[in-house]
Write a protein that binds this ligand. Structure first.
Ligand SMILES: C[S@@+](CC[C@H](N)C(=O)[O-])C[C@H]1O[C@@H](n2cnc3c(N)ncnc32)[C@H](O)[C@@H]1O
Length: 454
């Protein structure tokens, strides 16, 4: 088995390196690497290493820098060390010598004998400096928490003493983001959020027809096990079948995180309704809406990306629901006048900073810039304002994001309601911070005023 492990690490290294060099989404690079004929267990390990390295990159760098003598380090050497060190520190199934030898070989191929000996020296020292321990309480200044009381405890002073900088370094997050969360939620809640952002996110399945109680049996019929949640089932075994198996696509089930599973129900769609979805791709909520409107209703699913519109159409076709939906590739910030007041229900599933789903979008934390939040908020206001024009009098509008930032959530809603001249009012909203079991997110339900009968 160990003979093929170095190959797995080479693939993982290739993915993170190409994603970084090409500024590409790691999910896209990973998806194309996985198509190249790896065995199922190797695919799982490559996926684990790639996402783990992206999530823990900041903390891995602290460990790497503490184990070397300074000076500049070539970017590729750093990625080689990150991949090996993630395996050694975070995967208890990995033999250190396998990961180290793969890294030393990769460093030799790229940098010759000097590179090989540098990789060997840094990794051996880092592994020795950060032993694995089981503790009753993690030390909030020194430990990297692996969960269930297991930590890697490094030398005193490895992380900064100042609490926010310490949390950012130990939790592998940009300090500006941690500063925001501490200011808004307080240090304890910020710690819990940081921990949730570094979990390995699970796979959660819901039923299109909302039959929560039946999900487990329907999965069992496909050979997939899980434990029930409030909205569906968290998968414990057989998750890879969800993607391989056509039977899943036609089972009336979809993969959706619990934090997202309350968004479509908040819209309260009934059979026969006419629904507009703004920001539809890849189409999970479109499937739910198409199911909810029934054969007599209609969904118009808008997305501005041609490529992503194709994925909505494909998902609808696989599920046998394409006849109920018009997929329209359009920039919705300037909606067509033809849409004015036409829809009883409108869902705006807005593009956002993704700060509620950093565990799942493992590279997002390193992509987002502090000033992106205000820019996103102004785009979100434009989308919501345009979408509000499409709501029929007396209709409903749900605005959703997977962000934790108030500027992208309640502030967008308040600003659009304020400038609507009383034609919109906020009915209710819900903010969910991420946890051990689910992502974070936000939704708000707005009601459009009924026509004045006086
Ligand atoms: C959060 S994702 C939608 C997720 C989707 N509703 C689901 O549940 O599977 C946001 C989507 O909005 C789209 N988008 C961004 N700006 C847009 C715009 N101005 N007009 C239309 N779609 C837009 C993006 O292409 C992206 O697919």
């Amino acid at each position: 088995m160990s003979a093929r492990r170095p190959r797995v690490r080479d693939v993982a290294l290739d993915v993170v390196w190409r994603a970084d060099r090409g500024s590409r989404f790691v999910d896209d690079v990973l998806a194309s690497a996985l198509r190249r004929g790896l065995e199922r267990t190797d695919r799982a390990l490559v996926t684990e290493i790639v996402h783990g390295v992206m999530r823990w990159r900041g903390t891995l760098d602290v460990v790497i820098d503490g184990a070397r003598d300074g000076g500049r380090m070539k970017p590729r050497m750093r990625w080689i060390l990150r991949v090996a060190l993630y395996s050694c520190l975070f995967l208890d199934t990995t033999e250190d010598r396998v990961a180290v030898s793969a890294a030393v070989d990769a460093a030799r191929r790229s940098f010759g004998r000097g590179g090989a000996s540098l990789a060997n020296a840094v990794l051996r020292r880092a592994i020795a400096d950060w032993p694995r321990e089981t503790v009753e309480h993690a030390d909030a200044t020194r430990d990297i928490e692996l969960g269930d009381g297991v930590v890697r405890r490094g030398p005193a002073g490895s992380f900064p003493a100042e609490p926010i900088a310490n949390l950012a370094a130990r939790g592998s997050l940009p300090p500006w983001l941690v500063t925001r969360w501490v200011e808004r939620f307080g240090i304890d809640e910020a710690r819990a959020i940081v921990r949730a952002q570094n979990r390995r996110p699970g796979v959660h399945v819901v039923a299109l027809d909302g039959d929560v109680a039946g999900v487990r049996d329907r999965l069992a019929a496909l050979g997939i096990d899980g434990v029930p949640t409030e909205t569906g089932v968290a998968i414990t075994r057989g998750a890879s079948r969800l993607h391989d198996d056509d039977a899943f696509a036609t089972s009336g089930l979809v993969v959706q995180d619990p934090a997202q599973a309350t968004v479509v129900p908040a819209l309260g769609v009934s059979s026969g309704d006419t629904v507009l979805e703004v920001g539809a791709a890849p189409g999970t909520k479109t499937l739910m809406l198409a199911h909810a409107v029934g054969p007599g209703g209609r969904v118009v699913a808008l997305d501005r990306s041609q490529r992503r519109c194709a994925s909505v159409t494909a998902a609808l076709e696989r599920a046998g629901l394409a006849a109920r939906v018009d997929v329209v590739c359009l920039d919705a910030s300037a909606l067509l006048p033809a849409f004015d007041g036409r829809f009883s229900h409108v869902l705006v599933d807005a593009p956002c900073s993704n700060t509620g789903v950093l565990a799942r979008r493992s590279d997002a934390r390193w992509r987002i810039e502090p000033d992106a939040i205000d820019l996103l908020a102004s785009r979100q206001r434009a989308l919501l304002t345009a979408a509000a024009g499409a709501v029929a009098p007396g209709g409903r509008l749900v605005y959703a994001t997977c962000s934790l930032e108030r500027e992208e959530n309640r502030e967008v809603v308040d600003s659009v309601v304020d400038s609507s001249g009383a034609s919109l009012r906020l009915d209710t909203d819900a903010s969910t911070p991420p946890s051990a079991d689910h992502d974070g997110g936000y939704w708000a339900r707005l009601l459009s005023a009924r026509p004045d009968r006086g």
